[in-house]
Ligand binder design. Structure first.
Ligand code: GLU
Length: 298
């Protein structure tokens, strides 16, 4: 019997949110598979959202290719695909709400300024030290003559050392990833976020943003999938030519073989598999086994 979603718990909503910046590599696909299994094994919904806000990085045709790859692997989704580039009104509204809370400020720092400040004796690598937090109105006006600022969100004192005030609107006027993702996850009713461990540092920021934007809503369950390494032990990346599903398919590989590779490298079964159909996979695993491979927010 081909796999049929059960929707026993439609209040559970999982998602996969790829950036259409190139072909999915096996690491991306493994994360998509784990996110899908995590939602479907609970009888939940699964949605796909294209994170195509960062237009200069978007590759023409990539979004369609990603959808073809997911379909080919057998991963289905509910409802229409949402494209972030069509939702900027929502992000704008959220930005105004955050500003109304008195939590936003313009930041003129360059990447280099931040690096220098963070490497000072009391600085904290990778954490914005709050340089522009208390600029006067006249100073902002003066600086704005030469440079468009980014907009940062103030974080509470307990987050200052670990995360620092972060950008929600970039200086090139694109909404930042943190803001757009959180607005979408809230608006789309997402309850389970399963994504790559490379995004683990983003999670506290998004928890904070979600609490500001929708304080009464229950907390999203954030889980992180281990990153897949290539045969040289390096993290896979879309840019370095890591093998893509498209390439695999063109070389005559089957989806059952690729599924077997993904579940084997994820350590889902004791023994390595050569081949497994999605229907068999969903029969043979349970939610505990999948959740056991994912790390919650630390
Ligand atoms: N669009 C991001 C990526 O492809 C993932 C964002 C997320 O899952 O929150 O890396």
């Amino acid at each position: 019997m081909p796999y049929q979603p059960q929707f026993k718990s439609p209040q559970i909503v999982g998602r996969y949110a790829p950036s259409p910046t190139g072909d999915l590599h096996f690491g991306n696909l493994r994360t998509a598979l784990l996110a899908w299994l995590h939602a479907r094994l609970q009888g939940g919904q699964f949605i796909v959202r294209m994170e195509d806000l960062d237009l200069p990085r978007v590759v023409a045709g990539s979004a369609d290719q990603i959808l073809r790859d997911l379909e080919w692997l057998g991963l289905d989704w509910d409802g229409p695909i949402v494209y972030q580039s069509e939702r900027t009104d929502l992000y704008q509204r959220a930005l105004l709400d955050l500003d109304a809370l008195g939590l936003c400020y313009p930041c003129f720092c360059s990447r280099k300024d931040i690096q220098v400040a963070a490497s000072a004796p009391h600085g904290n690598a990778g954490v914005y030290p709050g340089t522009c937090r208390s600029l006067s109105v006249s100073e902002v006006a003066l600086r704005a003559r030469n440079k468009s600022p980014a907009t940062r969100l103030k974080v509470p004192p307990q987050m200052e050392a670990s995360c620092g005030d972060f950008v929600i609107l970039r200086s090139d006027a694109f909404f930042a990833y943190q803001l757009a993702v959180t607005v979408d996850d809230l608006e789309q009713g997402v309850t389970e976020v399963v994504r790559g461990a490379d995004l683990i540092d983003s999670t506290p920021k998004q928890v904070y943003l979600a609490e500001l934007l929708q304080p009464k809503r229950g907390r999203i369950n954030y889980l992180h999938a281990p990153l897949m390494l290539d045969d040289k032990g390096r993290r896979m990346s879309k840019r370095d030519g890591s093998i893509s599903a498209k390439q695999w398919r063109e070389d005559g590989g089957s989806s059952e073989q690729l599924l077997a590779h993904l579940v084997t490298t994820a350590g889902i079964f004791e023994e390595p598999l050569d081949c497994i159909a999605l229907e068999e996979l969903i029969e043979r695993v349970d939610i505990k086994r999948i959740a056991g491979k994912l790390s919650p927010m630390v």
